[in-house]
Write a protein that binds this ligand. Structure first.
Ligand SMILES: C[S@@+](CC[C@H](N)C(=O)[O-])C[C@H]1O[C@@H](n2cnc3c(N)ncnc32)[C@H](O)[C@@H]1O
Ligand code: SF4
Length: 388
């Protein structure tokens, strides 16, 4: 069986936010002045470089504007990037174009501009539907402002997803039930539900180092995760990935490109890309600093700072790491069609032990973590991947 040509996606990173949230370690910055025209020209040049050097003459299946806060981009800038991407790469029929947005009133006023620019899916970072939760997370919007933005988004876009963060300090299981219930009452078909994690380098990290407890304890967090799965199953939006829930057919196609280890290019400060080269995999990353990125693109046509070619062992490890996050797991047949004999790459005897331990499903055609296994992915990976 010849391996299918991987689909190609494009990630566009917008590195600015109105304020820095205390839990967030994304590459985001607060700036007084932003030269949008300079950014527009730089995205165009970097896309041209990426397409010519790494695109492999494929059309784009999806685009994702992430950040940072892409909803702070003027609609003309988003429209220009989409137009440029179309003329540089070409679009596959039915392309999915997602933008992340913060649910403040200023941004809600721009939603129809984003739709007219070509965005057809909005991912709203609501984070909490309670004012105390939002204050704890240091967000600059209220719950009612988020609800208004959500209604505006649903009016403008057919596909709207909401991000919520749970397992926050002081949040009870009953609180989370009711917050999730409120989100489900909105009738959305996609929800990303993340457990609060304390990331190095954030304000929360410094507070946690000083001894403050900012997250739910492990037992409560596990109960919340389990309740989330049950509630979302009952609502008809099962988890298709550890933190992502959708009505069947409404999954985010862009994120599936990452989890199925297909190909994507990343443009903008600190954007990552991964491209298949037969059994090898090339990892690309651009300069993180917004000004450093602009200057590099203006000087060299791109700001790629690292380009690393992985061998088959790392490429298989990536597929396992990503694929085991998915409810559907990994298809062993398609893995073998790309990498040939898998026996030196995956420890199949460990697989039988993981099935016996209830961490992998007993499915000869797939490597698929059970619900219990999805909480212990590191253990599964350590067992399946030969030490090296
Ligand atoms: C790129 S970020 C945010 C996009 C947008 N700027 C916003 O804040 O709404 C994507 C999502 O990651 C989640 N996130 C970020 N930091 C997190 C953390 N420390 N723990 C859990 N979820 C986190 C949030 O739900 C957030 O909406
Ligand atoms: S959570 Fe969103 S708004 Fe807050 S700093 Fe991170 S990227 Fe910016």
């Amino acid at each position: 069986m010849t391996p299918a040509t991987p689909r190609l996606a494009l990630y566009v990173h917008w590195p600015f936010c109105r304020a820095k949230c205390p839990y967030c370690d994304f590459n985001s910055h607060v700036a007084d002045e932003i030269n949008h025209a300079r950014f527009a020209a730089a995205y165009r040049r970097e896309m041209e470089h990426m397409a010519a050097r790494h695109g492999g003459d494929r059309q784009l299946e999806t685009i994702f504007f992430g950040g940072g806060t892409p909803s702070l981009m003027p609609p003309w800038l988003i429209a220009g990037i989409i137009e440029d991407a179309d003329s540089i790469f070409g679009f596959a029929p039915g392309i999915e174009i997602t933008a992340e947005a913060n649910p403040t009133s200023c941004e809600a006023a721009l939603f129809s501009g984003f739709r007219d620019a070509g965005v057809n899916r909005l991912s709203l970072g609501v984070q909490s539907l309670r004012d105390d939760g939002l204050a704890f997370l240091g967000r600059d919007h209220s719950a009612s402002e988020a609800m208004t933005a959500l209604r505006a988004a649903r009016h403008v876009f057919e596909r709207v997803s909401v991000d919520l963060i749970y397992a926050r300090q002081g949040q009870s299981l009953a609180d989370w039930h009711s917050e999730l219930g409120m989100a489900l009452d909105l009738g959305l078909d996609h929800l990303s539900l993340y457990q609060l994690t304390i990331e190095a380098g954030t304000h929360f990290y410094s507070r946690a180092r000083r001894g403050e407890i900012l997250t739910a304890d492990d037992a409560l967090a596990a109960d919340m995760y389990e309740a989330t799965g049950r509630i979302m199953d009952e609502a008809g939006l099962p988890a298709y990935e550890i933190s992502n829930h959708a009505r069947p057919g409404a999954e985010c196609r862009h994120n599936l490109v990452y989890w199925q280890a297909e190909d994507w290019l990343g443009t903008g400060p600190g954007a990552h890309g991964r491209i298949s080269l037969g059994q090898r995999r090339r990892g690309l990353a651009t300069r993180r600093s917004p000004i450093g990125w602009l200057e590099a693109v203006e000087a060299d046509g791109h700001a790629i700072e690292t380009s690393v070619d992985d061998g088959p062992e790392d490429a298989v490890a990536e597929r396992l790491m990503m694929g085991l996050r998915l409810a559907s797991g990994l298809d062993l047949g398609s893995l073998a069609s790309r990498f040939g004999d898998l026996s030196g790459l995956i420890d199949m005897s460990a697989r039988d032990e993981l099935v016996a331990a209830g961490l992998l499903a007993d499915d000869p055609k797939h490597l698929r973590a059970t619900e219990a296994g999805r909480l212990l992915l590191n253990r599964i990976l350590a067992a399946l991947l030969p030490a090296g």
